[in-house]
Design a protein around this ligand. Structure first.
Ligand code: ADP
Ligand code: F6P
Length: 361
């Protein structure tokens, strides 16, 4: 087993509530094993610039209840360049960082895999409100974000009911519709628009008109950000024009990304943080902590990234990928498993969508 002097922890990409719980767990678990922790500020940018601090257990006190990330976050295109990665490696050598826990989304995992291949063991933890990392059923921040959406949309619904109005609400999630779909059920939305499960304007209008005819007074239309920046506003105009129901547009945007983490995000962050340290100290590298079938599990980062690309291109249709090249390293049996995994993920979404449409109105 390799001897670790220090491990680094960083948060990167979009921040997410619960990242602090993960940072705290990484620090406390490493310290409990006699390993020091270095906090790396602003993700890979801090690693390039040497913006780091040796943490003691008390440095992570009183953070589990706070939103955002105490390590701050940044998007750092320089890290994608070879010189940026070499600078990052030099920082690791200078501060005796023998391994890194990187908390973030798929971009952060790409950075972690690049660093692992350059000799710095890395373990990824999924942290993004979007929950759009295919290999895991859960990413830190998702639950808090959804609870925030529900709280906000419940308010919109109150005022829609008073005025007999419709509100089209655009919800963050980048390309993915998980937040919009789940919160759509939770707020009793009349319609939900996601990239993964196409619906037509006619269907949306007809659902509103049917509900109105049955005496409904509030109409919430959830629109995933992935539908494109103008979709929600255009739909708002269309709905008002055709149904005659006064219709407003709301974009919740970054408000959904902040706030005190929910219990689930605190526990998930803690469990995933502990697992990442255990993996590093066991000599593992280039892997991610995942949550599947109700359990904390692990996957190779390269597999997780390939699976993610396959889902996003072949199943969800957000991005195009060269599938032959993507799946070339895998045996026919492995490819079959990957396809089945992705197909099942989309089927789960469709199942939820069917329920949503059945029980609304
Ligand atoms: P997220 O991790 O939430 O997906 P980004 O896609 O912005 O967010 O990625 C976060 C950071 O990870 C980037 O700013 C960059 O520093 C690093 N990163 C992203 N893609 C790569 C890549 N292909 N190679 C190396 N580093 C990357
Ligand atoms: O990945 C998290 C997320 O909030 C997405 O939902 C959204 O598309 C994106 O980040 C917004 O990025 P930025 O904070 O750079 O505006």
């Amino acid at each position: 087993m390799p001897k670790f002097r220090r491990i680094g922890v960083l948060t990167s990409g979009g921040d997410a509530p619960g990242m602090n719980a993960a940072v705290r767990a990484v620090t406390r678990c490493a310290n409990a094993n006699g390993v020091e922790v270095v906090g790396i500020y602003e993700g890979y940018k801090g690693l390039i610039e040497g913006n780091v601090k040796v943490f003691g257990p008390r440095d992570v006190s009183n953070i589990i209840n706070h939103g955002g990330t105490v390590l701050y976050s940044a998007r750092c295109p320089e890290f994608k360049e070879e010189w940026g990665m070499q600078k990052a490696k030099e920082t690791c050598e200078k501060y005796q960082i023998d391994g890194i826990v990187a908390i973030g989304g798929d971009g952060t995992f790409r950075g972690a895999t690049d660093l692992s291949l350059r000799g710095i063991p890395c373990i990824g933890i999924p942290g993004t409100i979007d929950n759009d990392i295919t290999a895991t059923d859960y990413s830190i921040g998702y639950d808090t974000a959804m609870n925030t959406v529900v709280e906000m949309v419940d308010r919109l619904r109150d005022t829609c009911e008073s005025h007999c109005r419709c509100n089209v609400v655009e919800i963050m999630g980048r390309n993915a519709g998980y937040i919009a779909l789940n919160t759509g059920i939770a707020v009793g939305a009349t319609a939900i628009c996601l990239w993964e499960i196409p619906t037509t304007e006619d269907e949306i209008i007809s659902r509103i008109e049917t509900a109105r005819a049955e005496g409904k007074r509030n109409f919430i239309i959830m629109v995933a950000e992935g539908m494109g920046s103008e979709f929600g506003e255009n739909l708002t105009k269309k709905v008002e024009e055709i149904t005659g129901i006064e219709t407003r547009f709301a974009r919740l945007a970054h408000v959904v990304r902040g706030g005190s983490p929910s219990l689930r995000d605190r526990v998930m962050g803690s469990e995933m943080g502990a697992k990442a340290v255990e993996m590093l100290l066991d000599g593992k590298s280039n892997m991610v902590v995942c949550y599947r079938h109700g359990e904390i599990r692990t996957s190779e980062i390269t597999w997780a990234l390939a699976l993610d690309k396959l889902f996003k291109s072949h199943y969800a249709g957000y991005k195009k990928a060269d599938e032959e090249k993507l799946l070339a390293p895998y045996t026919p049996e492995e490819r079959e498993i990957m396809h089945a995994f992705c197909a099942n993920k989309l089927e789960q979404m469709k199942h939820l969508y069917r329920i949503a449409m059945e029980i609304s109105n």
